[in-house]
Each structure stands twice: as C-alpha cells, then as structure tokens.
Design a protein around this ligand. Structure first.
Ligand code: PGA
Length: 251
C-alpha cells in the first residue's frame, strides 16, 4: 500500500510575515496521520519553516537544487548538501516553470535528480505536457520521454527513492484541472513504463497529480488507483484549503 503524500509548492511567494502566518495556520490543522505532508517554501524561507515545524509531522523540501551535489563556486545556486544540512528531505526537480521558462532540459533535470539522490534527498520528478502537446495527441510520448531520460541515465532503481509528479502544464495555475480519468490514464502509463523495467519499483513509487488541485477536486482525483496524492501550488498558500486537501488524501 502506498502512503499518500500531499506537497505544497509555495513557488516564489512569501515574505517573512506571510510565511509566519502560513506556518501558524498549518500548525493549527488537524492533519491525517495516514498522509505524508510536505511544504516547499522559497529557499529564503526554508530555515524559517524548518525551525517552526521542528518536531511536527510536516516535512520541508526545496523547489530546486544545483546540478552538482556539493557546495562550491557556483554563484546563486544551492547545493543538495546544503539543503540536507539545513534540514530538507525532498527537492522538486524539473518543475515545468523551470523547464519552460528557465530552459532546463532533460539532461539538466537528470543531473539535479542525481545530485539530490547523492545527498540522500528524495527527488520529486515533475513531468507533464503542454496544451499544444496534448491537443496533438502527444501526452504519453512527452511524459514518457521525460521519465525515460532519468531511467536511461540513472536506472529504474532510483525510483525506489524518488517521487514522480504528473503536472499537465495547461492545468498549472490556470484553474483547469485534468479530469480524474485524464490524470489516471497518465499515471497508469507512468507506472506501466516503470513496471516494464521493475515491477516492484513501479508498485511502490508514489505518483502525485499537480495542476490547480483544490479541496473540491481532490477527493475524486485521489480516489483514482494510481494517484497517490498531490503537488499543490496556489491552494497550498491557504492553510485551511491545504488542510482540506490533505484530509482528502486520507479519506
Ligand atoms: P497550481 O500549481 O496548483 O497552482 O496549479 C501546481 C504546481 O505548479 O506545482
């Protein structure tokens, strides 16, 4: 049985004051014990959030990491070893905003994935198609390619220590959510692709859905057999909404 994971991606949002407010709100939530809960603040706020959640069940991740695992001369970047040192346990790699707006290709994503794993962080590999790719009928091909870039470079066994997040680009921050069936179809294809290499790894890997997840859509999405939780952007900035999404994963 896979344990659900709900992860809040705070993106480039927050000030010290608004982060303190969000921490306060999250601290008051009754979160289901059957669900893993993670938040991904901006790197500026990671220490603040980790300090506040010490001893709590909420774990903290980073939104990105450098391609090289250890600290060094690389202005502006943050190494996985530094993220581990500060107390992170997960890191997003290949979020579509980084792929599409900041030009990260599969090779870069793969190196970041490897860097995270090297330091013992859990990479959350984000994959997903654009609207144009979906309309052209290329969804499974695009997602399959993003996944196989990592499998071919690093081997399927790395997915025993990683999470996959399927995030259709057309659903991110747009208010459009994939239907539970649309999402399930892609999740099943991702799992089947991994199963072709290693059935046990495929059975165990958690595949999250992301793209305008709200409390109202979460129950149905999380009810699908291959959807093991969510990667939540906008709605994760509201503690009550995020709490409701976490509860949906536990129901
Ligand atoms: P959204 O973002 O929930 O605001 O659509 C999801 C994500 O980009 O991780």
């Amino acid at each position: 049985m896979r344990r659900p994971l709900v992860a809040g991606n705070w993106k480039m949002h927050g000030t010290r004051a608004s982060v303190a407010e969000l921490i306060e709100g999250l601290g008051q939530l009754a979160l289901p014990v059957s669900v893993d809960v993670a938040v991904f603040p901006s790197s500026l706020h990671i220490a603040q959030v980790i300090g506040a959640f010490e001893g709590s069940a909420i774990v903290v991740g980073a939104q990105d990491c450098a391609q090289q695992p250890q600290q060094g001369a690389l202005t502006g970047e943050v190494a996985s070893s530094q993220l581990l040192d500060i107390g992170c346990s997960l890191v997003l790699v290949g979020h579509s905003e980084r792929r599409l707006l900041l030009g990260e290709d599969d090779e870069v994503v793969c190196r970041k994935f490897a860097a995270a794993l090297h330091e013992g962080l859990t990479p959350v590999l984000c994959v997903g198609e654009t609207q144009q790719q979906r309309e052209a009928g290329n969804t499974l091909e695009v997602v399959g390619r993003q996944l196989s870039a990592v499998v071919e470079q690093l081997g399927v066994a790395v997915f025993a220590r990683a999470v996959v997040a399927y995030e259709p680009v057309w659903a991110i921050g747009t208010g459009l959510t994939a239907t539970p069936q649309q999402a399930q179809d892609v999740h099943a294809a991702i799992r089947a692709q991994l199963a072709a290499e290693d059935a046990e790894v495929a059975r165990g890997v958690r595949i999250l859905y992301g793209g305008s997840v709200k409390a109202a859509s979460a129950v149905e999405l999380f009810g699908m057999p291959d959807i093991d939780g969510g990667l939540v952007g906008g709605a994760s900035l509201n503690a009550d909404e995020f709490g409701a999404i976490c509860r949906a994963a536990g129901s």
